[in-house]
Design a binder for this molecule. Structure first.
Ligand code: ANZ
Ligand code: ZN
Length: 771
């Protein structure tokens, strides 16, 4: 804030120190009545080399301003922070710099703590968590055991996606365009024995539960699509001259009479034997050829499709390429298209079902298949079980031992944590085994059941399991004999507002919902949905271009804080666009915000008011109402725009204000500023003589009558001719304007009992009734 005497660096660090010394944002968690609690959760960072990135800061500014506003509305806001410090990200970074991940993590976390303080968010530092600390991962292992005993953690051989560069198995969600999400290497597949969490057992509840959540529509849609529930029918096709059958999954049994071939996925076990064979259509008895089709996905449905070229585009392509017949069985209401008609219509050439509407036929054919035992209704999901085994070092060891005599044995709870040994060589081996397999002291163990020799599981679990329950731990970090304290959990959970980025919708949010539902079913937590309210910020771009490391245009929050201070950066991030939609970070507009804070500093501190007291103070009421409403809707940009107007108003009206008016105006302005620019507001508040801390003051109240004070004249026309006028608020809605107009005697008289056919409204000016 050059050009003014406001020294942001000195002011901000001074208040940060004071808040930390006073533990201003730490709570006695047991003393807060449940109706007053507000659990503000933000996504916790994994401590990487670069430090906090601007996406984190963007999230935190939104959540923190919202939380600070609610604190002023008398809520007890609990906003904890911690570190998602296990996982491949951290380990890869350790490999690159050649330092042990445990040592490295300690160092990077210190840097993160410094940065998180510097942002000036109201963290509850006393409840910090570090997922790679044994006091935390002991409970991650405990949750695994609970799931294991409930049959929700299972070991199975499965074709898995393998990253040849990270030398580990990846979850499907970690693959983007057939490449490893972390390093970009094209992935391959392998068959291995792995641990899976049976998230598919919760697929229906995960879909159905979405309806009741206060989440952005887009994230509900993404989760629904990711789970990909689809209701259809499995139909058996008998192979010609054989007892074997092929089962297809279809969502369109109404097209059964149009089948001209079957296609089997190349990875399907039957793919080797079907070449040149024919299968019998259960409806017509007709033999159709069976092919291997590379468009058929092995892991979806049954891995076999019935080819209906007339009504499915991919089948159509395949049939055209292969010279297969195309048989139309559904009439298209429009002229028959060149390709496939995939819509609904009346059935033709479909035996006893001819003439039915396709939607009806779908049910009747399904009934007929079930009655004749040639098929049955089935629901399929795109979602797969969650593969959690990682053949890596930096994660919680999966708490299982293998005994030659007793088999797969879970580690007893009282032997947790299974400590991750400190080793010098943590490099992935490339053999499909974790580096832990090369540590005999770790591997060699005793069977908890028979006390004979046993081998430990050497895989560690996916870091997304660490973060799938961290919000349960925050209020209970001081519980040492259990993962969460039942009373604290009852009091503080579920989370009241979860703020974050969109990249977590398909994985983290889904996994956390699944784990919570499973714990709920086991009677371990008293609620099934962890995040009833969720807000996601939009994308920040820099000078119109997507930020990326390769472009070198990633905004480094540290640098900006050094240049303009945390308050100006916070204000700017919140101002540059609606938080949920994102915005353009531009240095020129940032300079505008810096000028604004400089002006604010000057205006609010101006002294010696002795005007005649004629200023219209209702402007304050309107500002409070607007800023409050905008903040509650996460429209921080509108709130800040209103603050800017308020400062202009203050400056303009100052000469008219009496000393009392001026005091009220400046104090109110400072309170309204507090959620967004916490340091600047604290400093101003002190100088205005307000009691410490501004963040413990009540949000100013407004007079609702003042909101309607600014009335305008609205003209009423009937068929374009002036018939009346009335005074109304500028913001009046069309419905309200119409109601008022219909009550005017002149208007009633001219309408003469007729009901307007059309109503045109120019807000705040004119209402025209057409009869
Ligand atoms: C015959 C048919 C006729 C189909 C028609 C569609 C239209 P969703 O909604 O995504 O579940 N299908 C089934 N298994 C498949 C697999 N493993 N790989 C690729 N495609 C597969 O899609 C279900 C439809 O996708 C199924 O319905 C099947 O094609 C295809 F006029 O069966 B349909
Ligand atoms: Zn044993």
């Amino acid at each position: 804030m050059s050009g003014t005497d406001y020294r942001f660096e000195e002011v901000e660090t001074r208040w940060q120190q004071r808040w930390a010394d006073d533990r201003l944002f730490e709570l006695d968690l047991d003393a807060v009545p449940r109706h007053q609690k507000f659990y503000s959760l933000v996504e916790f960072p994994y401590p990487s080399a670069e430090g906090l990135h601007v996406g984190h800061v963007y999230t935190y500014c939104g959540a923190d301003s919202y939380g600070r506003y609610l604190r002023m509305r008398n809520r007890k806001v609990f906003q904890p922070i911690g570190f998602d410090s296990f996982g491949i990200h951290t380990e890869n970074f350790a490999l690159r710099v050649g330092e042990r991940p445990d040592r490295l993590t300690r160092r990077t976390i210190d840097n993160y703590r410094r940065q998180l303080r510097r942002v000036g968010a109201a963290w509850a530092w006393d409840q910090e968590i570090v997922t790679s600390d044994p006091s935390y991962y002991r409970w991650t292992q405990w949750i695994f055991l609970k799931l294991f005993h409930a049959g929700l953690a299972v070991r199975k051989a499965a074709p898995v996606v393998w990253c040849p560069s990270c030398l580990t198995v990846l979850a499907n969600e970690q693959v983007e365009d057939d490449r490893c999400e972390r390093c970009g290497t094209p992935v391959t597949t392998r068959v291995m024995e792995q641990w899976f969490l049976r998230i598919t057992a919760y697929a229906d509840r995960l879909v159905d539960g979405l309806d009741d959540l206060d989440w952005p529509e887009v994230s509900k849609r993404l989760q629904r699509e990711w789970i990909g529930r689809s209701a259809g029918v499995e139909i058996e096709f008998q192979l010609h001259d054989s007892d074997d059958t092929l089962t297809v999954f279809t969502t369109r049994p109404d097209t059964l009479f149009g089948v001209t071939f079957l296609a089997v996925s190349p990875d399907h076990p039957a793919a080797r034997i079907v070449a040149g064979r024919r299968a019998l259509n259960p409806a017509t008895g007709e033999a159709v050829p069976v092919f291997v089709g590379d468009y058929v996905v092995a892991a979806y449905g049954t891995g076999v499709v019935m080819g209906v070229p007339a009504h499915d585009a991919r089948d159509h392509d395949f049939a055209v390429r292969t010279g297969l017949p195309i048989r139309r069985v559904i009439e298209s209401p429009v002229a028959p298209p060149d390709g496939a008609w995939e819509g609904e219509g009346r059935l033709v050439e479909s035996g006893q079902f001819t003439g039915l509407e396709s939607t009806t036929a779908r049910e009747q054919i399904a009934d007929w298949l079930e009655q004749s035992r040639r098929g049955h209704r089935a629901t399929r999901y795109r979602l797969h079980d969650w593969l959690i085994s990682r053949q890596r070092y930096w994660g919680p060891p999966i708490p299982i031992v293998y005994c030659d005599r007793c088999g797969v044995i879970p580690v007893p709870e009282d032997q947790l944590p299974v400590l991750l040994p400190e080793v010098e060589n943590f490099r992935p081996t490339g053999t499909g085994q974790s580096p832990l397999a090369a540590v005999p002291e770790f591997v060699e163990s005793v069977c908890p059941r028979c006390a004979g020799p046993a081998r430990r599981e050497t895989d560690v679990s996916d870091t997304l399991l660490d973060s799938a329950w961290y919000f349960l731990r925050y209020p209970s970090t001081d519980s040492h004999d259990r993962p969460w304290d039942p009373d604290r959990t009852q009091r503080w959970l579920p989370v009241d507002m979860y703020a974050g980025g969109r990249e977590h919708v398909m994985r983290h949010h889904l996994y956390a919902r699944f784990i919570t539902m499973a714990l709920y079913d086991l009677g371990l937590v008293p609620f099934a949905e962890p995040f009833p309210h969720l807000r996601l910020h939009g994308l920040l771009v820099y000078e119109g271009a997507k930020m990326s490391k390769s472009r070198g245009n990633v905004v480094n929050p540290d640098e900006y804080i050094a240049q303009v201070g945390a308050d100006a950066l916070r204000l700017y991030l919140l101002f540059c666009g609606p938080w949920e939609e994102g915005g353009d970070f531009s240095d020129a507009s940032l300079a505008g915000i810096v000028r604004f804070t400089g002006r604010l500093w000057k205006v609010v501190r101006a002294e010696g008011q002795s005007g005649d007291g004629s200023a219209d103070m209702s402007e304050l009421d309107r500002s409070i109402a607007r800023i409050q409403e905008a903040t509650e809707r996460f429209r921080f940009n509108n709130a800040i725009a209103r603050l800017m107007e308020l400062i202009r108003w203050l400056d303009r009206e100052r000469p008219q204000m009496s000393a009392t008016q001026w005091e009220r105006a400046t104090r109110t302005t400072t309170l309204l500023l507090a959620p967004f620019a916490p340091h600047l507001a604290e400093e101003l508040w002190q100088r205005l003589g307000g009691p410490y801390s501004v963040h413990w003051q009540e949000w100013p109240a407004y007079d609702p009558a003042a909101l309607t004070a600014r009335e305008v004249e609205i003209v009423v026309q009937i068929n374009g001719r002036l018939r009346g006028r009335f005074q109304g608020r500028h913001e009046l809605t069309k419905e309200d304007a119409l109601k008022t107009a219909l009550a005017l005697p002149d208007v009633t008289r001219h309408l003469d009992g007729k009901v307007p056919r059309q109503v045109f409204y120019v807000p705040g000016r004119l209402l025209n009734l057409v009869v």
